[in-house]
Design a protein around this ligand. Structure first.
Ligand code: ZN
Length: 45
């Protein structure tokens, strides 16, 4: 999973923010989860 920095828009991997939520590039604390791609409707079995 990846996070996007709200401040600079940098991509931060979850591994790197597991200890402390912080942007590697600008030090910003506001990160939000990168949304997974929207999957087209899947037929349920
Ligand atoms: Zn940043």
């Amino acid at each position: 999973m990846e996070y996007i920095c709200f401040n600079c828009g940098g991509t931060v991997k979850a591994d790197e923010v597991v200890r402390r939520i912080r942007c590697l590039y600008c030090g910003g604390r506001i990160l939000y989860k990168k949304r997974p791609k929207i999957v087209k409707s899947v037929k349920a079995r």
